[in-house]
Design a binder for this molecule. Sequence first.
Ligand code: HEC
Ligand code: HEC
Length: 262
Amino acid sequence: MRIFILLACTAALLAQRNSGQRSSQAPASPAAIAKGRDLYLGACSACHGTSGNGGTGPSLVNGLQVRRANDTQLFESIRGGVKSTDMPPFSNFKDDEVWSLVAFVRSLSAPALTSNLPGSADAGRDIFFGQAGCSNCHMIAGKGGYLGPDLSDAGRLRTIGQLNESVFQPSARIEKGFDGITVRAAGREIKGIAKNWNNYTVQIVDSKGELHMLSRAELDRMEFSKTSLMPGDYDKRLSADQKRDLIAFLGRLTTRQEEAGR
Ligand code: HEC
Ligand code: HEC
């Protein structure tokens, strides 16, 4: 066993020295990730899913395998495959192509904060608190609205892929505890987020942050919405540059001082 590990390490070290691409600690460049994405869509997505969520192959987004492996181990798994599984070897790729695949696979599960994001976070902040009106519904460091989740730590808790999906396809996956609901009682309509409900009561937080505790017996109508309360048209409303800047801003949000300012 020890000999095997030693051999594996040597092989890995040699592979890294030969390729001389980058140290495994430095964040990958956006260009490497983009190149890796292209290769991934051609060679890997059939098994691991277009967004890495898995299919016949395991998820590369939530999988612990990827988080536990260092870059060199990922390089080896991709170059050499995983023996006695369906993960085939990709020995025809050049070293720099395999490294870009490593960079892309890493970006699938890495917190956005640790990624090297293109764009201007300052411009993104202006869009968030200005034109796009995100702050009407979201709080960052105590500033903003109540309807959506607090985003103060979004860069540490979410991957780039998750941020992109939640901003540009909000209804693809609705954040737990943020289901939209509309009720009507005594001619009054209340719309907001359902915080708690059972057979007898329902608690709703509206866009002003007000909590309504209602008895279900008094309601004339109660309807959960199938889509997110977040506008679904930002993908069309914002330019490519604005989207990039917005994600750059969100991706750097953290409440942990020591990790900020990267
Ligand atoms: C024919 C299906 C298939 C294709 C194509 C495929 N994979 Fe896999 N992959 C798998 C399976 C199955 C596993 C799980 C292996 C295991 O059980 O450990 C896996 C595992 C992995 C792992 C985790 C390995 C580890 O333990 O470190 C990575 C990373 C990975 N694949 C990346 C890729 C990349 C990148 C490509 C494209 C270049 C690719 N895969 C193409 C089926 C596939
Ligand atoms: C009308 C209110 C509203 C507006 C405006 C709005 N959002 Fe949201 N947002 C929500 C709600 C509600 C959710 C939770 C439901 C869901 O997952 O879609 C949410 C979810 C999110 C999430 C996922 C949160 C998480 O914990 O993963 C992100 C990120 C986000 N919004 C960013 C934005 C950005 C950026 C903008 C502006 C471009 C924006 N939102 C505008 C209401 C809003």
